[in-house]
Design a protein around this ligand. Structure first.
Ligand SMILES: [Zn+2]
Length: 499
């Protein structure tokens, strides 16, 4: 069954409906060993080489919970202002799928390790407190690879391969409470939350948080209800959204799609949906009626987890500087405004700017290039800022060349574009492409003389003392040199000539 592709424009949808969002984020922990056995968690190893009887679920093998994974989870919970359970159990989640060799996954169900916290975020000049429902620990599944079909799915595949290296890798799931009251900012709030959470996890050193490699992935819940209604709408859950930009797009699309369904008298079906990266749309997956009953029960092979209060307090005392505190410190050092800082962190550019400043740039310049030219570039090509093929050191060098007068802003933009295009280091590009500002009088004089000869009426005004008219001649010089002239020097030469 195909769905109607009609959408309501975003602005219109927000006049009639109020969105509520929620996010479930899965984080692969960077522990040395798996969750319940001693197998290594290396990425990209030979398929089925990092396995043992426990993570293969062979009869008679017994799991032992990783202390490191529990410690990481408690640290995440503390950083998110959660309460840490004094006693909790793992649960067995039963389902049958080839990538889950023991036919169940060990997870946490009604007794999560961390509950009831919050994370503050800012979008534009508004602050939002995102409630955290729970943070729990579970194990990842293996990976199936369906070969020979056009879609990479099992339907139409010639045969399937399975790799159990990932089966048993510790995963933390961070679940928010429903977030109402965001209005039209819902997509940006969703993105800002994931950005902030990712920074927090990175600061804690518990995961490499690479969305593109799947070590951080999001399920995005979206519902809408008629404006002023005292009830929330039926929510959909968009699975495995794997970039910050996609988080924002998935929420925006769902709001527009659901508004179209409600506008035409339809009902929203509670279902999982899949985000289609290329189209920016979501498509229907399983509905609630088809959802499986996992028959959770307390995992009988594991002892309960009962972290001592002393240990929890030790972990709390040892938390590193968290992103909000770090931002406050950097803001003071850099002298940037609140809005500048919000923009930097929501564009995921804080780290990049910090490294650019460390490489010799001033903060205002670093901010300007990362949020200007480079953000535009990233947006055009649909990539994350940090994934652009340009380094903070290169950006710092470009700002130095501007400060030294070798480049003006226009030339600096071209140099950055060529770095991104893979043409090499800033100095090489300036030399190879002849992009430096022309300020030596010999080369400028010819262009100045041509500009004067080409605009006798302007030249006459300047001779009469109306020096403000010189701007028009400077413009002509800049055009003739395709932006490479040193504008200050050109103006000096024009005034000298016409004095
Ligand atoms: Zn193992």
């Amino acid at each position: 069954m195909t769905e109607a592709a009609t959408l309501v424009s975003y602005d219109e949808a927000l006049i009639r409906y109020e969105p509520v969002i929620g996010l479930e984020t899965h984080v692969e922990l960077g522990t040395v060993t798996k969750m319940f056995c001693g197998c290594p968690t290396v990425f990209g190893a030979q398929p089925n080489s990092a396995v043992c009887p426990v993570c293969l679920g062979l009869p008679g093998s017994l799991p032992v919970a990783s202390r490191a994974a529990i410690e990481y989870t408690i640290r995440i919970g503390l950083a998110l202002n959660c309460s840490i359970a004094t006693w909790c159990r793992f649960a067995r989640k039963n389902y049958f799928y080839p990538d889950m060799p023991k036919d169940f996954q060990i997870s946490q169900y009604d007794e999560p390790l961390c509950t009831d916290g919050w994370l503050d975020i800012a979008v534009e000049d508004q602050r939002f407190r995102i409630g955290i429902e729970r943070v729990h620990l579970e194990e990842d599944t293996g990976k199936s690879l369906h070969v020979g079909g056009a879609t990479g799915r099992i339907h139409g595949a010639d045969h399937s391969l399975v790799d159990y290296n990932r089966a048993g890798i510790p995963l933390v799931e961070v679940v928010t409470k429903p977030v109402p009251g965001t209005g039209a900012l819902a997509p940006e709030v969703a993105r800002a939350y994931v950005t902030e959470l990712r920074e927090l996890l990175r600061a804690l050193g518990v995961s490499d948080v690479r969305m593109e490699e799947g070590s951080l992935r999001c399920d995005v819940n979206t519902s809408i209800a008629p404006a002023g209604s005292d009830r929330w709408g039926t929510r959909t859950e968009t699975k495995n959204v794997n970039s910050l930009r996609s988080v924002e797009r998935a929420v925006r699309f769902e709001i527009q799609r659901q508004a179209a369904v409600l506008d035409t008298g339809g009902k929203i079906v509670q279902e999982t949906r899949h985000f289609q990266e290329a189209a920016g749309t979501t498509t229907a997956g399983r509905s609630k009626e088809e959802a499986q009953d996992y028959r959770y029960f307390p995992e009988p092979d594991l002892v309960p987890v009962a972290p001592s209060r002393d240990w929890v307090e030790e972990l709390r005392a040892a938390l590193p500087e968290l992103p909000a505190a770090r931002r406050a410190r950097l803001q003071a050092d850099w002298g940037l405004s609140d809005l500048d800082m919000t923009q930097l962190s929501n564009a995921d550019a804080l780290e990049l700017v910090e490294q650019t400043v460390a490489a010799g740039a001033c903060a205002a310049d670093a901010r300007k290039w990362w949020l200007g030219e480079l953000a535009r570039r990233a947006n055009e090509t649909g990539t994350e800022l940090a994934a652009l093929p340009v380094t903070p050191t290169q950006v710092a060098r470009v700002t130095e060349l501007v400060t030294a007068g070798t480049l003006n802003d226009k030339l600096a933009r071209q140099v950055l574009e060529l770095i991104v295009a893979g043409e090499g280091e800033p100095d090489e590009i300036v030399a190879a492409r002849g992009l430096a500002v022309v300020s030596d009088d010999g080369a400028l004089t010819a262009a100045v003389d041509a500009a004067i000869a080409g605009h006798p009426e302007i030249a006459a005004k300047i001779r009469e003392g109306k020096t403000a008219a010189a701007g028009a001649l400077v413009g002509a010089v800049m055009r003739a040199t395709r932006g490479q002239a040193d504008a200050t020097r050109a103006r000096e030469l024009i005034l000298q000539r016409l004095n």
